[in-house]
Design a protein around this ligand. Structure first.
Ligand SMILES: Cc1ncc(COP(=O)(O)O)c(C=O)c1O
Length: 556
């Protein structure tokens, strides 16, 4: 099978399906005498499955199957009508070939040998029908397919799951794959993006949950409003006020199940397949995955040590007219970068000038090590007329208090908030009322400032230790900006002195030396910088940081 540029992807999917078919060789296709019959059937018997027709069309476009010729015009017309680019359609072809294998016909499930052939990497002669196909293509090891002509499935296998096309836009996170290696004994991990569990204010959270259960147990344990638990919305509005966003009323925010859900709701409410969205290069991997799931075409805006390069960003906005721009201006994940006040002002001004929605994701803004960072875009929007109506702000208690609570929030223009609330209704009805009541009690008890002081001090020390050790042990083999907050050091291999200059290669060598981190490539939606990698200093004590960096040096 020719898989073109999508070869890797296609092969994986096809192999997956082939596994399923292999046990069932012996089902026949013969009753479809010619390939265009099959094409027709897919078109009209299964109108919801247009992707399957794309599959045939693209295969046909590869010139592999002359028998599809009679249907070429219809298929090409269909392709033209689709929103998907041809290139994407080709991806679908290969992703769905397995799906072609099991169709209903005359109320019976049949398995088509032609599909099996595709899975095996042969031509699509099988789709031309019957023994001719067999003769033409010479299927290795599956000739049984063609001998049990037209045999009906006896129910030995079930209909394959027909996953949504949108899943073709995303792949399993490379980071997850890496995490599988972390079980190795003795490994020091700088790979996670978590806060340190030892930092959790367990006593404070226990008291807060007791208070939630004592003061209004009915409310804490009952279903609640989708928008969020009233007392928590009030506390969060107050919390935002303390951080400079003084005019946020409780009804201008909704509580979300982590800020991850806010990102998902933004995707759900704003992105139609093919819409352009600008993100930083690099940016938070789950955002890339989430927005792609909704069919976004992501455009990468370059960053430097001071966050997104606003001159480049403006050019991209003018050129692409994106649906929105997604930024992590304060101690970004993975870049750790802090967008300067000047650039923040420019971002808000360009939002107004180009009438572009800006999404500010801010889970790390409270984790600063020295001076407080410039105010959030939300807080600054008060000084740029018209910008507030073009701003969405996502916040979270995950990094400062506990990710297990799953409490995040989203502040957005009223109309967007309304649509997001509607979508949230269908998704989780509301964020856990018990978690929300606990968080509300926690904030009300006034414990947050002390908690923040503590986590800032610990992370600041670890960041310093890691930075110093990297400079000492790795020297000019890496470059990075010393983080002023957040959880991450974003580093770049320079290749100096002939040392390793690829983050993926380095990650493997590092694991061999007993230390783990995340290579930078997956954090880019386009044009990855393969020399980059991300280190988290948050969950590792100082001794371990020193040992881990020494191992990094050995892996160079
Ligand atoms: C930039 C960014 N946004 C959002 C999230 C999601 O956090 P949560 O859903 O726990 O609030 C994370 C978590 O790592 C993150 O790094």
């Amino acid at each position: 099978m020719r898989v073109d540029r999508h070869g890797r992807f296609a092969k994986r999917r096809v192999q997956h399906h082939v596994g399923g078919f292999a046990a069932h060789a012996g089902q026949g296709l013969q009753r479809f005498a010619r390939a265009w019959h099959l094409a027709t059937m897919l078109l009209y018997q299964n109108p919801a499955g247009f992707h399957q027709v794309f599959g045939l069309a693209a295969v046909q476009a590869n010139g592999l199957d002359v028998a599809l010729q009679p249907r070429q015009t219809q298929i090409q017309n269909l392709l033209r009508r689709t929103r998907h680019r041809k290139q994407t359609s080709r991806g679908f072809v290969h992703a769905h070939i397995g799906g072609l294998g099991r169709q209903q016909h005359g109320g019976q499930q049949l398995e088509y040998a032609g599909v099996f052939q595709l899975g095996h990497g042969h031509g699509i002669g099988g789709l031309q029908g019957g023994k001719e196909g067999f003769d033409l293509c010479g299927f290795h090891g599956v000739s049984g397919c063609w001998q049990n002509v037209g045999q009906v499935n006896t129910g030995r296998y079930t209909m394959p799951l027909q996953f949504a096309d949108r899943l073709n836009n995303v792949e399993t996170s490379a980071i997850r794959e890496l995490f599988k290696l972390l079980g190795k004994p003795g490994i020091i991990s700088f790979a996670g993006g978590f806060p340190d569990s030892a930092m959790f204010d367990v006593d404070g959270i226990r008291e807060a949950s007791n208070a939630a259960l004592t003061q209004d147990p009915g409310a804490a344990l009952q279903y609640g409003a989708t928008e969020g638990f009233g007392p928590l919305r009030e506390q969060l509005a107050h919390f935002m006020g303390q951080k400079g966003a003084k005019d946020v009323a409780p009804d201008q925010l909704i509580v979300t199940t982590g800020s991850q859900q806010a990102l998902d709701l933004i995707g759900k409410t704003m992105i139609s397949p093919g819409d352009k969205v600008i993100v930083e290069g690099p940016t938070f991997l789950a955002t890339i995955q989430c927005f792609r799931l909704y069919g976004a075409e992501l455009i990468s805006a370059p960053v430097d040590g001071h966050g997104v390069k606003t001159d480049e960003l403006e050019k991209l906005i003018a050129e692409h007219k994106p649906k929105f721009v997604y930024l992590i201006p304060t101690f970004g994940n993975p870049s750790g970068a802090l967008l300067s006040a000047e650039r923040r002002q420019q971002v808000l001004e360009m939002a107004v000038k180009h009438q572009t929605l800006i999404v500010e994701d801010d889970p790390y803004g409270d984790l600063y090590f020295g001076e407080a960072p410039p105010p959030s875009l939300l807080a600054m929007s008060a000084s740029v007329p018209g910008s507030r109506e073009l701003l969405v702000h996502c916040g979270s208690l995950s990094k400062v208090l506990s990710p297990g609570l799953r409490v995040g929030w989203m502040i957005a223009p009223a109309e967007l908030l309304g649509k997001a609330t509607m979508c949230k209704q269908f998704s989780d009805a509301h964020t856990s009322t018990f978690a929300q009541a606990t968080a509300a009690q926690y904030l009300k008890a006034g414990r947050m400032p002390a908690t923040l002081d503590k986590v800032r001090a610990v992370y600041a020390q670890r960041a310093q230790t890691m930075g110093d050790a990297l400079r000492k042990e790795l020297g000019d083999a890496v470059e990075f900006v010393q983080p002023q907050g957040g959880l991450f050091v974003w580093a770049r291999l320079t290749g100096a002195g002939g040392k390793v200059n690829d983050g993926n290669v380095y990650a493997k060598r590092a694991i061999e030396q007993g230390v783990a981190f995340v290579p930078g490539t997956p954090f880019f939606c386009a044009n990855p910088d393969h020399a980059t990698f991300r280190l988290s200093f948050a969950t590792v004590g100082e001794d371990k940081i020193l040992e881990g960096v020494a191992r990094l040096a050995k892996a160079l």
